[in-house]
Design a protein around this ligand. Structure first.
Ligand SMILES: NC(=O)c1ccc[n+]([C@@H]2O[C@H](COP(=O)([O-])OP(=O)(O)OC[C@H]3O[C@@H](n4cnc5c(N)ncnc54)[C@H](OP(=O)(O)O)[C@@H]3O)[C@@H](O)[C@H]2O)c1
Length: 223
């Protein structure tokens, strides 16, 4: 699969590393342009063979686009670049970092729903937001392993969700279907499933245990 990544930070680079290791083609991009990428990638292991480009080039290269940027920058994305693409939404909303967004502060919408409203021609799948980048590099296991870590996914499109579940399997993770984009709050920041290392059944329980307006203390998910 050709994976175009918009955002070459912690999460974009980690997904690039494990996707390359699994035999996928990857193009990484950031906001400042490919000329800045050699210093961004310096010292990162397993990145040989990674292509670099502009954000527009990464979207055009891609069968699936991973979007991994601070949430505040989402309004600056050009919707035309994402037209017809499956977009993996790894983004989280941190008001202290991103500024306040009323629809999220009042639990009226979800990060992925707002993204889908901005990228109207794209099919959005929420995934990779609920695992620390460092854990992506260490926690993947082969398909038949016991105690394999599971990651939550949500999307309105069943075909896109199946595609992403297959990709996760390739990368060493099980997938647990949390429903459509309107249900994706169940694994947003500060919910029990957020960045928790759980297998399929544990993750399914954590998703059910989530309460819409109840948030865990900030940072309690970091070890
Ligand atoms: N870090 C984690 O463990 C983790 C885990 C799960 C989810 N997430 C979520 O994933 C997102 C990214 O987190 P991160 O920690 O990877 O961030 P980060 O290390 O700060 O990197 C952000 C990246 O986004 C790029 N970027 C910003 N605006 C852009 C735009 N308009 N077009 C293209 N690229 C743009 C930046 O490029 P420049 O440097 O050139 O500006 C940079 O490469 C956040 O929403 C975060 O909450 C993070």
């Amino acid at each position: 699969m050709r994976i175009g990544i918009v955002g070459a930070g912690f999460i974009g680079r980690a997904v690039a590393q494990i996707a390359l290791a699994a035999g996928h083609e990857v193009m990484l991009s950031n906001s400042r342009g490919p000329q800045t990428m050699s210093s961004v990638l310096a010292g990162i292991t397993g990145i040989t063979g990674c292509q670099i480009g502009t954000a527009e080039q990464a979207t055009q290269f891609a069968d699936v686009v991973l979007l991994a940027i601070p949430y505040e920058h989402i309004p600056s994305l050009q919707p035309a670049w994402f037209e017809g693409k499956t977009v993996l939404d790894a983004n989280n909303y941190y008001p202290d970092r991103d500024g306040h967004i009323a629809a999220l502060d009042t639990f009226q919408s979800t990060t992925s729903r707002l993204l889908a409203e901005h990228l109207r021609g794209a099919t959005v799948v929420k995934v990779f937001n609920a695992i620390l980048a460092a854990d992506l590099l260490t926690d993947g296991r082969p398909h038949d392993s016991t105690e394999r870590r599971a990651l939550p996914i949500a999307a309105d499109d069943a075909q896109a969700k199946a595609l992403v579940a297959g990709l996760l399997d390739d990368l060493g993770f099980d997938a647990v279907d949390a429903g459509g984009l309107d249900e994706s709050w169940r694994f947003e920041r500060a919910k029990p499933a957020y960045c928790a290392s759980l297998d399929k059944s544990g993750l399914a329980r954590a998703l059910v245990a989530a309460e819409r307006e109840v948030e865990l203390p900030l940072g309690s998910w970091r070890r």
